[in-house]
Design a protein around this ligand. Sequence first.
Ligand code: PHE
Length: 467
Amino acid sequence: MSGKAESWGSRVGLILAMAGNAVGLGNFLRFPVQAVENGGGAFIIPYLVCFVVMGIPLLFIEWSTGRYGGRYGNHSTPYILDTMAKGRIWKYIGVFGIFTNIAVASYYCYIESWTMSYVYHSVRGTFSTMNQAEIAGFFNDYTTIGKSTTGIPYEAIVFYILCLLLNTFILSKGLKGIERVAKIGIPLLLVFGAILAIRGLTLGTDGASDLFPDANAWDGLNFLWTPQYDSLANPKVWLAAAGQIFFTLSVGMGTIHCYAAYLKSKDDVALNAVSAGFMNEFVEVVLGSLIVIPIAAGYLGLDWVLQNAGFGMAFQTMPYLFQQWGETLAIFAGIFWFGLLFFAGITSSLAMGTPWMGFMRDEFNWSGKKGAWSFGLIALIMGLPTVFFFQQGVFDEYDYWAGTVSLVVFAFLETVLFSWIFGIKKGWAEINMGADIKVPIFFKYLILVVTPLLLGWVLVASLPDMA
Ligand code: PHE
């Protein structure tokens, strides 16, 4: 343990950093794909239910747990959890959270590095002379190490290293660096997102598309937003919904604890947690729904979207669809879209570095610089398999185990710790201490009973799918 030297510069900075932590690639790339793959409107109900009964409670738990641990001079999940209960097991569970952060960071930064490269190529107009097959081929070449048809030899590796260097550099500047990036990145992201979403919405039914005259952007939105009840009993959909809520809110791996540890003792957690959470949901369900799916459905039709929903859509299809807007606008659209993804990504990947850095500080008294560089190095080593074997599906394995299952496991354990071991009485007092809003008492019972039961059920019920 070492003394607490740093704290957040301002409330705006804190909220933007926390919102930046939550708002990420998940909002724009993962959410639409999860929604489409799990039946559109059939996904939305479990998703919203999970937000209320698990997401918000977990935000309260993680923010207050972090501030509590920070009060004792801790900066990392193992040490923070250790202050809440006797028994070393909780410390190890905190370490498990750190592993999750690093594992997610290593594949996450890989995608973040694509966004950097795609901004670069948008500026250069690389895509403007390509047809759809060529743009798709560009992505395949890019992600196949050893092919050098994209302009820079070993481009994926070059940008991956650049991206990690950038993250490491910012992290080495401490909270100030993180706050500054969030203050610039989040407003820009909102502006870029709003422009693209308006374009998505106004594609409408007017046959905007010469590509496919029957295409209709609203078909995409209707598919996403018309509730369907038939798959509510399917645990797989619930695991996917819970996994998405956790991933998008950045809960279930200890990241929020580490940001919240830098709060002052009397700082509010309740309103802050809810504000950051709602801001994330706004960006996810509004902006996240209004860009890729309607634009793709508007030009290529809903059937195409259903058959091709996947990660590549953002990189393989969007640059081509932007071309329909004319050469200059296409360049701007590319910069907006990949720039938006970049800011979403970097404000999240910075957050994933802090648990490791905090742990090195708590355990070995390492400086922020040393912590940041060691994080960059580990992420590089762990990320290389996703870079080299992306085409073989390694990436999806990382995302399933680190980005879905681990989050639910950790969330279940921390809820049990908070409600039953630390004790709901103390826990509830922590949530309400210094609170700028009155948290409805209903959340106390959710946190005590419903959240842990539901988490346990999601885990047990989805075990057969994990095998
Ligand atoms: N919430 C981020 C996203 O939606 C991902 C993330 C997960 C960030 C965990 C930090 C910690 O992309």
